[in-house]
Design a protein. Structure first.
Ligand code: GAR
Length: 185
């Protein structure tokens, strides 16, 4: 029997992206083996409701050990609002991916997260917004881009309405890309 591709999801917030990853496991042929949060959050509750092992920690030695213990093959940052130490980026190079709610390299870097990103998109007068799945390197939002999905910016968009449409794309793109990586990694 083929063993499923094990992923760990790192999250800090409401965990709606995590929920999409949980809900699409069977469809895309991966297994959420571990959920790590750096603070108490709804994402942890979602993992517990789905009977997925969890770890709440800011200790990267402990996190690294849990990744190994749970046979994790790919780390997925899904709304994880902490910067990874360089040694983790190096040790897990090409095995950490992130979803960012903009068309990188636009609107990335430190301080660019969540609704702030769509505020920046509207302030810049962009006609397109979207999301990016990319490899994680020591440079924030700077790793190689794997895939993007685009949405049109509408004349009456607010950061909230735009964010809703971008997040809907994120929830389709990320599970699909993990499924594709599981075949090639
Ligand atoms: C997602 O939109 C994700 O792209 C974004 O946080 C949201 C998490 O929502 N991540 C970043 O902005 C990272 N720079 P969730 O907690 O409901 O999954």
């Amino acid at each position: 029997m083929k063993t499923l591709f094990n992923i760990a999801v790192l999250a800090s917030g409401t965990g709606t992206t995590l929920q999409a990853l949980i809900d699409n496991q069977a469809l895309h042929g991966y297994h959420v083996a571990l959920v790590v949060a750096n603070r108490p959050c709804t994402a942890l509750e979602r993992a517990q409701a789905a009977a997925i092992p969890t770890l709440q920690s800011k200790d990267w030695e402990a996190i690294d050990q849990a990744l190994t213990d749970n046979h994790v093959q790919l780390i997925v940052l899904a709304g994880f609002l902490a910067i990874l130490p360089e040694w983790i980026c190096q040790k897990w190079a090409q095995r950490i991916i992130n979803i960012h709610p903009s068309l990188l390299p636009k609107h990335g870097g430190k301080g660019m997260y969540g609704i702030h990103v769509q505020e920046a998109v509207l302030a810049a007068g962009d006609t397109e917004a979207g999301c990016t799945v990319h490899y994680v390197s020591a440079e924030v939002d700077g790793g190689n881009i794997i895939a993007q999905a685009t949405v049109e910016v509408l004349p009456d968009d607010t950061p909230e309405t735009l964010s809703q449409r971008v997040q809907a794309e994120e929830k389709k793109l990320l599970p699909r890309i993990i499924g594709e990586l599981s075949i090639n990694l």
